[in-house]
Design a protein around this ligand. Structure first.
Ligand code: FE
Ligand code: FE
Length: 202
C-alpha cells in the first residue's frame, strides 16, 4: 500500500479547525509510535490516525444529511448525539475523498470513538492514540494509561473504556451500546467471566 500522507495532510488541513488539525497530527504520530512498538504497519497507522477525525468539523445537521444521502445507518444514540457520527462518516469520506480502500484502516476510523469487541491491532492503536496523544490533558489516569499503552494494548483499551464509561455515566454524555459491549469484552479478558464488569459501569 502506498499512501501519500503529505497530500492527505494538505487536503485535511482545509477541512479542520486548527485545534482539531493539531490533535490529528498528535494522533498520527502517536499511532505511528505504537505501530513501531507492536510491529504493526506504520503507514497504515499514520493514515488512519491522520484521517480518523476528518468528518469532525462538519456541522451536526450536515452530518445527518450526509449520512442519509450516503445510506449510512444512524442509530438511536447517534440521532440524539450526532457528533458521534463523525466516525462512520469519517470512514466513508476517507474512502470516497481521500482514496483509502484498505478495509482495516477504514474500520479503525469507524470504531475510533466507541471501540468494539475483539478489535484488530490497528483498531486498538487508533482507539488508544486518540485518547493519549500529547495534546490531551483532561482525562484522569492519563499518565498511567500512556505508560500502559506501550506495554499492553488490551489492558490499555480496557482502562480507557472503563474511564470513558464512568465519565459518561456520571452525566457528561451518552454512551453508545457498542462502547458497553467493547468494555464487557475487554474486561472479561482480565476477570473471571461470572463478573462482566457491569457493576462498574451499570
Ligand atoms: Fe474522533
Ligand atoms: Fe480524535
Amino acid at each position: 500500500m502506498s499512501i501519500n500522507i503529505i497530500k492527505m495532510e494538505k487536503k485535511l488541513k482545509k477541512e479542520l479547525d486548527e485545534e482539531r488539525y493539531q490533535h490529528t497530527l498528535g494522533v498520527m504520530f502517536t499511532a505511528a509510535s505504537l505501530a513501531m512498538c507492536y510491529g504493526a504497519d506504520i503507514e497504515r497507522a499514520q493514515a488512519a490516525g491522520l484521517l480518523h477525525d476528518c468528518a469532525k468539523c462538519i456541522p451536526n445537521d450536515k452530518k445527518i444529511k450526509m449520512c442519509e444521502q450516503y445510506g449510512i445507518e444512524i442509530n438511536k444514540t447517534e440521532r440524539r448525539v450526532p457528533s458521534l457520527l463523525h466516525s462512520k462518516l469519517g470512514a466513508y469520506l476517507a474512502k470516497s475523498r481521500y482514496g483509502i480502500d484498505d478495509p482495516e484502516v477504514l474500520s479503525a476510523i469507524q470504531y475510533h470513538t466507541t471501540g468494539k469487541p475483539n478489535m484488530t491491532v490497528l483498531e486498538k492503536i487508533i482507539f488508544i492514540a486518540d485518547y493519549i496523544e500529547p495534546m490531551r490533558f483532561k482525562a484522569k489516569n492519563l499518565a498511567a494509561i500512556r505508560k500502559m499503552a506501550f506495554h499492553d494494548l488490551n489492558q490499555t483499551v480496557c482502562m480507557i473504556l472503563e474511564d470513558t464509561l464512568h465519565y459518561l455515566d456520571e452525566g457528561q454524555g451518552e454512551v453508545d451500546e457498542m462502547s458497553r459491549s467493547a468494555f464487557r469484552y475487554y474486561y472479561n479478558l482480565f476477570h473471571d467471566t461470572e463478573d462482566d464488569g457491569s457493576s462498574l459501569t451499570r
